[in-house]
Design a protein around this ligand. Sequence first.
Ligand SMILES: [Zn+2]
Length: 361
Amino acid sequence: MDYFSRSQENIETFCLKLPKIELHAHINSSVSEKTFRELLRTRNIGNTQLTSLESSVFRPNEKIFASFDDCFDIFPLIHDVTNKTEAIYKVTSDVISEFESDQVKYIELRTTPREELLTGMTRRSYVDSVLSAIKDSKKKNLDIDVRLLLSIDRKSTVEIAWETVAVASELAAASDGIVVGIDFSGNPKINDAKDFIPVLAHAKSRGLKIAVHLAEIVNAQESHQLVELCPDRIGHGTYLHPEVGGLHKSVEFVKKHKIPIECCISSNLRSASVPNVEDHHFGYWYQQSHPVVLATDGKGIFQCSLSGEYILAAKTFQLNHDELLQLSKNSIDYIFADEETKKKLKFQWTEFSRSLSKSEQ
Ligand SMILES: [Zn+2]
């Protein structure tokens, strides 16, 4: 059934009500302006400083960051505001509610365990706060299923990376299935990803799923080494294909193993990672029917929403209602949770399709 031809409903309205799956959302960069302001107000700072901090983090321009490096400068500002466990709990809770309001039915949040000597927050108490917020969101009966990936920041040490995998392994067995894997992220210009490969390989061998940021910049050799790890999903993969400086063998490997690509269009545009939306690599992979999933990366600092990403993809790559529905439904196959969760989600999508058919009769 072609909903597009049968429905007068515009793309924006359709994308807003479409059930969605979010698989690439960093907690700290997903902080909303509202939450950030509320956290700032708990600080004893003047109005001028408050406004200046807010406008540094939430920039009004279309191209928010002048360069790719520029977006990494923002994190110390956010980290300063979320430097204690209460703040981490609040940011996580608010981010979950905000995604739920955007019809996101399943989300995998990711975050780097962080210690703050000033407040006594440890990497472990940080993770515990995130987990408490996720568990409490279940009690609120929100219509969203939440899972967590612990991130390894490549700017950090390999020793901390080993610790992160140990904590994730422990929690995978002791968090009611909330912790499902490991994310590898951070500024791709810092450190050599090769040093972290044994840690990521170990995580895989322990049954943890791995999502790896790679090819965010042109670095074909390093990207290929990460691709050969056969991650369960690829974050961005912007410069993976040969037309933009990647290696043919990397693309062949990704295709052969059908590794899903997490595409964050607004994030890439606003961090000046891709020059314009038409050239975004979503088109390259989607047109070849390769698994792709739309995601926000950081809905706060990149000022976007998951519905907005579907609208942007629809308008740029001429996707109709059927194709958008299929795109969101296919994402269920790429989640890191168990088969039972996939089955439950697929049922929700079937119900949504039925409701569309009924409304059009
Ligand atoms: Zn990311």
